[in-house]
Design a protein around this ligand. Sequence first.
Ligand code: IPD
Length: 276
Amino acid sequence: MIDPDALVELERLCVEFASRAGRFIHDERPQRVRVADTKSSETDVVTVMDRRSEELLHGLIRAARPDDGILGEEGAQVSGRSGLTWVVDPIDGTVNYLYDIPAYAVSVAVVVGNPSVPGEWRPVAGAVSDPCRGTVHHARRGGGAWTRPDRGVPGEPSRLAVSTEDALARALLATGFGYEAKVRARQAEVLLGVLPQVRDLRRIGSAALDLVRVAEGTVDAFAESGLKAWDMAAGWLVVEEAGGRVVGVGDHPEPELTVAAGPALVEPVRRLFTGR
Ligand code: IPD
């Protein structure tokens, strides 16, 4: 159990760090974004700005929470003493960022358990900054899900709620694809069965933004295989606190499958993707 005041403070820090890194990647985006490296395939790129954003987050977290662990998409791995780990994606939607498509995010979450082992961890506070829309969506366990402007005049937060759509045939479903050719071929095969059964599909290009869209009800559901902890940690909590459910093949989202939706759609969407 985390003390309620400590949880409020963790949520505040998630918002502050995600917003600062979000403003940084947006405002400092070079005309030509330089690719620094590739990971699982030649299209799975790391830009110089992914690294700089992770360095910024790392410094902010170490200064404020020296006893906590850190797990970052671009390699940050610090084991902590507090039982809490910060799971960060310094730019989620890197390909959009590379091409200047305004749909990328910074995702910052605090989790309990071991985020490197699927099913063994869960988020307790988190924030997803969407610097192109100038908003940050955030939540803490038990505190509801909220959005607020994160630039210009500071506005009041407004509460998020998932869509109440209950018919698959009317559902707008967000999804995404991995970077490896074999994985993508399998994902395309699954979508052959999915597409005729839903209103339409959206491939926004950032799983963190897909999840917060489920939370705000601007898509009805999201499903993707192959997600990592940093893609989903903050968005998972924001969806649950907005009244939705996030599951995998079992109760927890996992690399094999992550499904997020309102209570009426989550099982039908899970069945669509598992065939069971
Ligand atoms: C990717 C995005 C994308 C999703 C991929 C992720 P990255 O993260 O979230 O929408 O489909 O599975 O890897 O590489 O932009 O941080």
